[in-house]
Design a binder for this molecule. Structure first.
Ligand SMILES: Cc1cc2nc3c(=O)[nH]c(=O)nc-3n(C[C@H](O)[C@H](O)[C@H](O)COP(=O)(O)OP(=O)(O)OC[C@H]3O[C@@H](n4cnc5c(N)ncnc54)[C@H](O)[C@@H]3O)c2cc1C
Length: 525
């Protein structure tokens, strides 16, 4: 409680419920009093060093990774323990400041960026960065929300275990952010999304209570699964402060290969063959279109196209073997021989050593960087049933090419999970910014209509944040939206947690459902 002179004093506070009290209390104060008193109370609770208000200090927390969103804040607070997180939530509630949780701020949908009002508080979890426990026999690790993903992987390795979540942002993103976006990454095919890797959570509720659900159990059918509610909620239902995550036996060997194919459909047929040959040993299956690799080798000339002649598609496969490297190599040889005999694979190369394997992965991981170097493009992170990917790409490519002659498609992604990064680059010589200004909305509408027609998802792994709320409301059924809204209202009746993310702010006009796909009418026929 701040010691400000405008405080209504203990009598009022003690005789009314916190919500009524907070409303009355905040009405008695001007906005700047409220903000100042809130900041003072935060400083008293966690120390001045961990309450940032100076524009220079708060700036890195107010812009998202892709620099699409720029917000304002009354303060960025960095609590160091779960109790301190709970205290920050209680204070934010008392002073009526909506909360935006933030981890590594690497998300792709603007979920961790506050709005422009300057009335939202950013709660950064970065200081909750302790590994609380490793239980090798239970194959679990208990970590605080702010632990960097790469640090969990490293600690698992010390115990001869694998922490299977892996993505290109692993040196910066936090496990709390991974859980809140239900991140995917490169090993979903074998180990699942972050949701499948989580056994238990500790959460601070919007009321500032702590729910200790840190159970390392693989079976627990005792009612509604609260854990699964918070995973993928993008900070709209509560703040994850710690988690029990699954570990797996570390593979003895990893062998990587590249295969050249004619089409996405051939890649799908090859996936089915590879799964038949390798079963659970197949841990990665990434598709890269010819143009994606062309961008990489153009903007990063030190990286070489792996084949002597051009092919329509390249697949990066990885086998993780618990027996030996020889075993994995022999398996690869049999698989490639068979796939070439069947005419599925046109050429193939197996990494000879770790550094060659790294070079193969570098090709894949440099696609986003090469796109950025080429200029802005229209990005989509979509999923369709694996069996329909070939048809989706063919049909949607044709529609886009018809509408925008010369357009260049950057199609790549986690084919084994049915997840594509399906990006649309301006025709050669066209200014990317004016291309985006003219075509972003209609191209989005076209792509999402096609995704919907293929019973897919408009956000496979990056969440909705503030980027895709309108589109999600358009494509979800009224029943689904109502159920989501009911959950939000039940858990966060005061709409304090990350408002206007995932679900539209009901106070905004026309927020519940958009009648037409946003931008649908603007695509040239
Ligand atoms: C180079 C690069 C590659 C990427 N590759 C992939 C990929 O392959 N697969 C994939 O799925 N994603 C990928 N991403 C995006 C991915 O979503 C994020 O990197 C990561 O999961 C987010 O973690 P973060 O700690 O940065 O979260 P932030 O960006 O800080 O937050 C993301 C969301 O979670 C909420 N949040 C954060 N922490 C908490 C918490 N403790 N409690 C409640 N809510 C919280 C925020 O409010 C926000 O809504 C990539 C990003 C980059 C930059």
């Amino acid at each position: 409680m701040p010691s400000g002179q405008d405080s209504p004093g203990p009598t009022l506070r003690d005789t009314v419920s916190p919500v009524v009290h907070a409303t009355a209390f905040s009405k008695l104060m001007t906005a700047s009093d409220r903000s100042r008193n809130f900041v003072e109370a935060c400083i008293e609770a966690i120390g001045a060093a961990h309450v940032l208000t100076d524009a220079h200090d708060t700036a890195p927390f107010l812009t998202d990774w892709r620099k699409r969103y720029h917000g304002q804040t009354c303060a960025v607070v960095l609590p160091g323990t779960t109790d301190q997180v709970a205290k920050m939530v209680q204070l934010a509630r008392e002073f009526r400041f909506p909360i935006v949780p933030q981890g590594g701020n690497t998300g792709h949908s603007g979920g961790a960026t506050p709005d422009a009002s300057g009335t939202q508080v950013v709660i950064s979890l970065r200081r909750l960065n302790r590994i609380r426990d490793v239980d090798p026999l239970n194959n679990t690790i208990t970590v605080e929300a702010g632990v960097i993903l790469a640090d969990i992987q490293a600690r698992a390795e010390q115990e001869q275990r694998l922490f299977a979540l892996s993505l290109a942002a692993e040196g910066s993103c936090t496990i709390g952010g991974n859980l809140s976006t239900n991140a995917g990454g490169t090993a979903v095919l074998r180990y699942g999304n972050t949701r499948e890797l989580c056994l238990g959570l500790e959460v601070v509720t919007p009321q500032g209570e702590i729910w200790d659900g840190l159970r390392g159990l693989r079976k627990d059918n005792t009612g509604y699964d609260l854990r699964d509610l918070y995973i993928g909620a993008e900070g709209t239902l509560g703040i994850i402060t710690a988690a029990v995550m699954k570990l797996h036996p570390a593979p003895v060997a990893r062998v990587t290969a590249l295969a050249a194919l004619a089409s996405p459909q051939a890649a799908l047929d090859f996936l089915a063959t590879a799964q038949r040959y390798a079963g659970p040993l197949l841990t990665g299956f990434e598709l890269m279109s010819d143009f994606s690799l062309h961008l990489v080798t153009t903007h990063f000339p030190q990286m070489r196209y792996p084949f002597s002649k051009k092919h329509g598609q390249t697949v990066l496969l990885e086998l993780s073997d618990s027996e030996s490297e020889e075993h994995a190599r022999a398996l690869f040889e049999r698989l490639m021989e068979h796939a070439m005999e069947q005419g599925l694979v046109e050429d193939a190369v197996v990494a000879e050593n770790l550094s060659q394997s790294r070079a193969f992965w570098n090709l894949r991981e440099h696609i986003p960087l090469a796109q950025a170097a080429e200029g802005l493009n229209i990005k989509h992170d979509i999923a369709v049933p694996i069996s329909r990917i070939g048809h989706f790409i063919e049909a949607t490519d044709a529609l886009i090419a018809q509408a925008i002659p010369g357009v260049r498609m950057v199609t790549f992604g986690h084919l084994g999970d049915g997840n594509l990064h399906y990006n649309v680059q301006a025709p050669e010589g066209v200014d990317p910014e004016s291309f985006l200004a003219e075509f972003q909305a209609p191209v989005n509408a076209l792509v999402y209509e096609s995704v919907h027609a293929h019973r897919g998802s408009i956000s496979a792994e990056h969440g909705l944040g503030q980027l895709k709320v309108a589109e999600a409301m358009h494509y979800k059924s009224p029943v689904e939206v109502r159920l989501m809204r009911a959950l939000k209202t039940a858990l966060d009746p005061e709409n304090l947690m990350n408002p206007a993310k995932v679900l539209p702010d009901v106070r905004a006009p026309g927020a519940l459902r958009t009648p037409d796909a946003p931008g649908a009418s603007r695509l040239p026929s």
